[in-house]
Design a protein around this ligand. Structure first.
Ligand code: ADE
Length: 236
């Protein structure tokens, strides 16, 4: 998968050279290229922002450097991901969808965001535009969101995981939170691993895990339960 990131802070993306995304790059699974938006400015101060039309606080990213940067990358046929707190919520299903794309281009906004004509123009030029939020809170810019999104997407690429089985059971894959996990020793500081996990009864283990998933989800994320379990019950 080819991934381009346009940002005014290229250093932020260095984290993707570490750990598993770094390994994916070295193995050729991920071709990651980071670009400095300011390379597409033409004034002495390398200006990327200006005051908003209509007034108000804060600054807006100017369309010209973005237009040039995206032209240089040729986003036609690519998926342009624009992290913004006003986007669709990024979920595991979004990660799955994006992992099927050949080419992702990320546009990291700062300040109050990017002039709205930039995404309109990219869509008209044939890019699939996805404005996505990683949660209901405000970051200073899209870079941290890109780190999260790229990590979530790249680990789904075929050949990324040593053991693809581990993808199947994790939180959100079946719409539920994952059950609690334990490893050796069986007793630690007076706390014992639930005996069913030591029983060798695979059916009983599977039932216990499903129940724990449901209990956890009901407690922590009842919103997910409404989506996951209700349709199943109505199917029956
Ligand atoms: N940029 C600023 N806040 C953000 C958020 N919550 N998600 C994605 N991008 C953002």
């Amino acid at each position: 998968m080819r991934v381009d990131v346009v940002t005014i802070f290229p250093e932020y993306l260095r984290a993707l050279d570490l750990s598993l995304p770094g390994k994916a790059q070295r193995s050729g699974l991920l071709d990651l290229r980071v670009h400095d938006l300011r390379d597409h400015t033409h004034d002495r101060h390398r200006t990327v922002d200006d005051t908003p039309y209509g007034g108000g606080a804060g600054m807006v990213m100017k369309p010209e450097p973005w237009g040039e940067a995206l032209d240089a990358l040729d986003v036609t046929g690519a998926t342009l991901v624009v992290p913004t707190p006003s986007g669709e919520v990024f979920r595991q299903a979004t990660a799955r969808e994006l992992s099927t794309r050949e080419r992702l281009v990320f546009a990291c906004g700062r300040y109050e965001g990017i002039d709205a004509r930039v995404v309109e123009h990219a869509a008209a030029a044939g890019a699939e535009v996805r404005e996505v939020s990683i949660g209901d809170y405000v970051l200073n810019g899209g870079e941290v969101a890109v780190l999260a999104i790229v990590e979530a997407v790249v680990r789904l690429l075929p050949g990324f995981m040593g053991n693809p089985e581990s993808l199947v059971e994790e939180s959100h894959e079946d719409g539920l939170l994952e059950y609690p996990v334990y490893t050796k020793p069986a007793s630690w500081r007076g706390r014992d691993v639930p005996p069913v996990l030591l029983s060798g009864d695979h059916g009983a283990v599977a039932r216990w895990r499903r129940e724990e998933s449901l209990r956890r989800t009901a407690e922590r994320r009842p919103d997910l339960l409404a989506e996951t379990v209700a349709p199943r019950e109505s199917d029956a």
